[in-house]
Design a protein around this ligand. Sequence first.
Ligand code: UDX
Length: 430
Amino acid sequence: MQKNNKIAFLGTGYVGLVAGTCFADKGNEVNCIDIDKDRIEILKSGKIPFHEPGLQEMMIRNMQKGRLTFSTLDEAKLEQYNVIFISVGTPNDSYGKTDLGKVYDAINYIKENVKTSKIIIIRSTVPTGTCSAIQSIVDEDNDINHIVCSNPEFTKEGDAVNDFLNPDRVVVGIPKGKEIKAFFYNLYMPFISKEKILFMSNESSELTKYSSNAFLATRISFINDIARIAEKLNANIEEVSNAVGMDPRIGPHFIRAGIGYGGSCFPKDALSLVNQANEVGESINVLEGAIKTNNYQILYFLDRVNKYFQKNNFKKKVTLFGLSFKPNTDDVRESRGVMLYNLLKKEDFSIRCYDPMNLKFISKPIPYYQNIEDSLEGSAALIISVEDEQYKNLNFKALKENGIKAIFDGRNLLKDMTEELEGIDYFSVG
Ligand code: UDX
């Protein structure tokens, strides 16, 4: 029989909100807490501050059942929860090192507001050794025996609810000598079978998270290196990656060639892992290469656009499809589309952008249309930066009539449709 927990989440971004809502859905009593009062207001009104399919419905259902509540730091009564998850952001500083400021703010908040022992679970992605360091800090309060555990998340934006409800594995780091497994079995067995809940040291758990993301990023960069070679050697990268991926030792996922990976995780975590290695006098040559490839891939693609325009002497007017970092998200962090926009601007292109989402810009917003037709007006070429399936259904005849001379497909979406492109020049990656 599942014992329901009283869980607090500090941090209501993608990580905290998805996990908190899913735990509430399995009967736990969950309070999601944030320093950002406006965000808490939005959540209390039953809305979510970003796009995540299925999340809002589940959130409202659990709010109505009284199992899911939201609080500002002042309103929260942290002491009444037996479990405290930390799910605040851990961005990199300008040197690629993880900035743990918000994590330590959360720890200080716990120290100030809690006087009895709790299970503190670090869900944010933190460098290896952080949980042990936090354990030492909370141990300074002699009469309170908090247990600090690591429990990284592996959900993908756009499919996060489904990923959380159906995990491949649950990774749990626990401090030496602490009897805490029964708690985690109880918490996660509504989602996954017992043998897929993997217990290890906090350090192993922290490093697992970085290794997973870095490995996936490396696969993408590897196939992108091969894609450029394929192009020069007259091979077709889609045929190659399809065949390579059918080897069960390799598998078909994350070997899709294109203009590189973006998002809030891969670029940041890859850099942080390189940094962590350097700090202990090691280097991860493969990963450093993967980062280099990812930086180069977009320049390679840009060069192709530039050369085409120089050769044909067209007016430098283009349409860019996709500013989010991947389909089905409103997140533009480290998005290849935004990078392309900025690079094209520097090359004096006039750019009209299209994106179907209500985008969440963090710094300066980029103007964009939510209507394809408007975005195409006056452009000589179309650039695709996101693997959005809807672009396969474009009316290519109309595109041509509207003056589109070329399509630069940064995600190889239309690669097997070249016969349907009405003679528009087509450039893919590999
Ligand atoms: C990623 C991890 O997948 C997830 O497990 C982790 O918890 C957070 O980071 P996410 O950032 O949401 O998730 O995006 P993901 O779907 O992994 O895509 C990342 C980037 O890689 C996107 O820019 C995507 O376009 C690119 N990508 C993905 C490729 O270029 N090729 C591929 O084959 C797959």
